[in-house]
Ligand binder design. Structure first.
Ligand SMILES: NC(=O)c1ccc[n+]([C@@H]2O[C@H](COP(=O)([O-])OP(=O)(O)OC[C@H]3O[C@@H](n4cnc5c(N)ncnc54)[C@H](OP(=O)(O)O)[C@@H]3O)[C@@H](O)[C@H]2O)c1
Length: 334
């Protein structure tokens, strides 16, 4: 990978809400990069989106974007069922890729993507941005220092209200469902905290409410990693609500906003017979900033890549697929 001399030039695939609401503000906060082009299925939509959000160009061709010699990195912000194809094409064109979560639909397709990534010229990140953030790094440090003893249970929830039946998350053919959309976060966190070696031994239980089309909309699951376990709750049926508690032998650590924290969100260390210690470790205003800052440093040759998709994405995809199968979700594992 040749270091890029100027600002990192990003291409965005899809005129997605997430790119407008999170990626582009994070890119501005991170500095050192530029939104060079956005591609849409529709030229007018691409041009309007580019104008509205400060992107240099809008074009009507995903393929032209990923193959363009004028970009360094591709942000894949498409429905889940399209992640694999466009991530593979961007990797094969030599681009660094930040692909939205989940990396693809099912464990087999995830392995296909990671096989391509393994021999690609530039790295691949799945857009779980929380491991890059100061809050997560503080959590990892506290656990390593034994602040609550050995962690035994992770209790993690992610819910929001989704009322639009036309949303991509309500379409099985596009890889929809609550487990894929928000359940994937607690799973990834469990691997970050419990480690990858536990994947083969994981035991899984789950249940979910589903639409007639088989899309899970409200789900709960348990994943046992040997002596440790993840309890997860996720869905589209109640207003925004996300938290995580890590419970250890000697206490617990509670996060008010584990996956997209801002400066006002808290990390609380609670131990028996002691006053709770409340911290606010997050410094960036935007959730994506730390991840984008890291990608820029890697592409400038100033840092080695960390938290890449190769670390936990295969194992997490296998657990997600098992949860979806037990929950009776349509379309899992395609
Ligand atoms: N990391 C995070 O924090 C986070 C947060 C929210 C969402 N996400 C992920 O980001 C991805 C996009 O989510 P979103 O809510 O931003 O979606 P969205 O607003 O619906 O955008 C998806 C884009 O994909 C393109 N597209 C291509 N084929 C499509 C099809 N058949 N149906 C609909 N759109 C199609 C569309 O762009 P054109 O038509 O212009 O090509 C559309 O704008 C998902 O994978 C989701 O899981 C991640």
């Amino acid at each position: 990978m040749t270091p890029s001399p100027g600002p990192i030039r990003w291409g965005i695939v899809g005129t997605a809400n997430i790119a407008r609401a999170q990626f582009l503000p994070g890119l501005r906060e991170a500095g050192g990069g530029r939104a060079a082009v956005v591609a849409s299925r529709d030229r007018a939509r691409a041009e309007a989106y580019a104008t509205a959000h400060g992107i240099d160009h809008g074009i009507a061709d995903y393929a032209a974007l990923v193959e363009s010699p004028h970009i360094d990195a591709v942000y894949v912000a498409l429905p889940n069922a399209l992640h694999a194809e466009w991530t593979i094409r961007a990797l094969q064109a030599g681009k660094a890729v930040l692909c939205e979560k989940p990396l693809s639909v099912g464990a087999a397709q995830t392995k296909d993507v990671l096989d391509v990534a393994a021999s690609a010229a530039a790295p691949l990140w799945e857009a779980f941005v929380f491991p890059f953030q100061a809050q997560h790094q503080r959590l990892v440090r506290l656990l390593a220092d034994g602040a609550i003893g050995a962690p035994a249970e992770l209790y993690s929830a992610f819910h929001f209200l989704l009322s639009n039946p036309a949303n991509i998350r309500m379409d099985a053919a596009l890889g929809g469902g609550a487990l894929a959309d928000v359940g994937c976060y607690p799973i990834r966190l469990a691997f970050e905290l419990f480690g990858a070696d536990d994947a083969d031994d994981a035991q899984v239980a789950a249940c979910a409410a589903r639409t007639e089309g088989g899309v899970d909309t409200d789900a709960a699951g348990i994943v046992w990693f040997g002596a440790r376990r993840l309890l997860l709750s996720c869905g589209f049926k109640r207003s925004f609500d996300t938290f995580t508690s890590v419970l250890g032998r000697d206490g617990q650590i509670q996060l008010t906003n584990p996956f997209h924290p801002g400066p006002s969100d808290t990390l609380t260390i609670a131990a028996p017979n002691a006053d709770p210690v409340v911290e606010r470790p997050t410094t960036d205003a935007r959730s994506f900033t730390a991840a984008i800052r890291h990608i820029h440093a890697v592409l400038r040759g100033e840092a080695a890549p960390v938290h890449t998709a190769s670390e936990y994405s295969t194992q997490a995809a296998r657990v997600l697929e098992q949860l979806q199968q037990l929950a009776g979700s349509a379309g899992e594992g395609r």
